[in-house]
Structure formats: C-alpha cells, structure tokens
Design a protein around this ligand. Structure first.
Ligand code: SF4
Length: 320
C-alpha cells in the first residue's frame, strides 16, 4: 500500500507562485470506470496541523496560491483527540493562514460537496470562486451504471444550490462520451445537461476501458469507436461555444488576477488566473509575478481574457 513516506506532500510550480499540498489519498468510492480505488487504496487523510504548517511555510517562501489535492479531496476527514475535521473545516482553516494565500482544490465528487463547503466558498474571500464538480454523464441510467451515486436531477439541484450560496461561482466538470451501452438519447441527455449548467470549463474524453475495473468485468464496451469520437466532438463543440459566450460576458467586468509570469506570446505582457480560474493577459507595466492585480476585461478569445490593469490590491481583497 502506498503511504506518505513514498510521496512528497508539497509540490511547487515552476512559476514560483503556485504550490500543491496533498491532504488525502485513495478513494472509497467504486466508480465503475475508475482504477483509483485499486491503485491508490482506501482513503487516508493527513493531520490538520501538518497541512496548516506546510501552507504557512509556503506563504513565508513567497507562494501566493495553494491547490489542495486528493483523489477525492472532499471526503477529507481527520480525527484528533476525539474531534473530527472535515474538508469544509480544513479549507476554512487553511484560508485563515494568510489573506495573501489564494486556495483551490482538486478533485472532488459531487456527493461530498456539502452546504458547509459552499458556505466556506461564499464567506472566505481567498477561497476561489470556482468549483470542479465532475458530472461524468447527463443521464441517470448511465450514472447508475457508472455507480456515481447521484441522479441527473440530484446533480442539477446541487448546481442550483451552489449558485444560490456562491453567486457567480465558476463551475467545471469531467464529461465522458460513449460509456458502455450509451444510446443516442442518453448521449443527448449529456448535451442537454451541459446546456442547462453552462460550465465555465470541462475536461471531456471518450470512454476507454481500464483493466480490472467493475465496468471491464461486468459491461461490454460496445459503443463503436467512430460513435464515441463523434459524440465526443459534439460535446467539445458545444463546450467551446459556451466558453466563448461566457468569456464574452466577462468583457467590461473587473477581475482580480494573480500574476504567474510573462504571457506565452510576449514578455511585455503578464499572464495569471482570475479568481474564477480564467486565464487573463494584460500589459506588464510595473506589475510583477505574485502580485494581485485588478484587471478590466476589454476583449477575449475562447480560452483567455484580455484586459487592462487598473491597480495592485492586497491579498485581503483577492475576491472578485
Ligand atoms: S472517479 Fe473519483 S470518486 Fe470515482 S472511484 Fe475514481 S477517484 Fe474515486
């Protein structure tokens, strides 16, 4: 069994601004398509105090963003002295380490996205206004076959609740085309769910069988490759259009961007991510890597917001 002795719990991005802290490993869910429960074992969470001191050290070293990691991070649970800290409380405590430290997390299961967690997003300005909620599919029968433990309706209620509690929250997802037995009508349910939710970002892929999984043992991988490819490209085209419309809606707004470094195209420009995880590019002027900069969005592509910098802000004002 893999233990923490085998892995470095803290990793650093080359940009010198972002770092990653693993808080748990493994997964107790049994999604039919997934190998993680077999390769990473049962869920194990790391002590709260260790995680908090690692985050405090990152701030001292100049890091400005931490992504809290786990295979199923929302099911974090650590009991010490008879008291249990869940993921919502862990996130809250990390957010108190420093207002200069912006916090993201990955990856999560919708069943563990609690109201408490949504309230932490709403209340803590340095917890990003962005949630990854992997739906995988838009049809309840397929979700049952995938053993995801929620229906289409339950998932849509969660999205509605997230938007009520965290106004303007950006949402991303994972979506799979061509799972075993998927019919054309079931595929269309995925497209209609995407139109309803209008994700800000999606990781989209065609199903491919992984050895030893429940799906490999119990189901036929019977959707022809050509059909999988066509359904996936319909999903990608739809999401591309939504991305473009959503980015266009950002034009005229002001977003707080954490500068990660020069943009890919020019040293005279800086690039970073807004609170809602969108990439933002603007003229360098006197701003530097690690600064939080208010940027007025003036234009966009389907992948990037372009804007003019207004001012540098303190970490305590990172929201927006
Ligand atoms: S897809 Fe995610 S929640 Fe499901 S078994 Fe794999 S790691 Fe766990």
């Amino acid at each position: 069994e893999e233990t923490y002795a085998d892995v470095a719990p803290v990793r650093y991005d080359d940009n010198g601004v972002s770092a990653y802290v693993s808080v748990m490993r493994g997964c107790d869910n049994m999604c039919a398509f997934c190998v993680v429960p077999f390769t990473r074992g049962r869920e194990r969470s790391r002590p709260v105090t260790t995680i908090i001191s690692e985050c405090a050290r990152l701030v001292e070293e100049g890091y400005r963003e931490v992504t809290v990691l786990g295979q199923n991070v929302n099911s974090y649970r650590y009991t010490d002295g008879g008291r249990t800290v869940d993921f919502a409380e862990l996130l809250y405590r990390i957010s108190q380490v420093s207002p200069e430290l912006r916090i993201r997390y990955s990856t999560s299961h919708p069943k563990d996205c609690s109201e408490d967690l949504l309230h932490v997003h709403a209340e803590r300005p340095n917890v990003c206004n962005y949630i990854h909620l992997p739906v995988q599919h838009g049809n309840t029968e397929i979700l049952d076959k995938m053993r995801r433990t929620y229906s289409r309706e339950k998932y849509l209620r969660l999205i509605e609740r997230a938007r009520e509690i965290v106004p303007d929250v950006a949402l991303s997802t994972d979506i799979m085309a061509g799972f075993c037995g998927e019919t054309e009508a079931q595929h269309r349910d995925t497209l209609s769910l995407m139109r309803k939710v209008r994700y800000d970002h999606a990781y989209m892929f065609a199903y491919s069988e992984r050895p030893d999984t429940y799906a490999a043992r119990k189901y036929d991988d019977d959707v022809p490759e050509e059909t999988k490819k066509r359904r996936l490209s319909e999903i990608i085209d739809l999401q591309r259009g939504i991305n473009k419309e959503k980015n266009e809606a950002e034009v005229g707004r002001t977003v707080t961007t954490l500068v990660e470094g020069p943009s890919k195209k020019s040293d005279a420009q800086l690039a970073g991510r807004a609170d809602n995880n969108k990439m933002v590019v603007f003229d360098r002027e006197d701003y530097e890597r690690g600064d939080y900069v208010r940027v007025r969005v003036t234009d966009c592509t389907s992948a990037t917001l372009l804007g003019e910098p207004l001012e540098k802000v303190a970490g305590s004002q990172v929201a927006g």
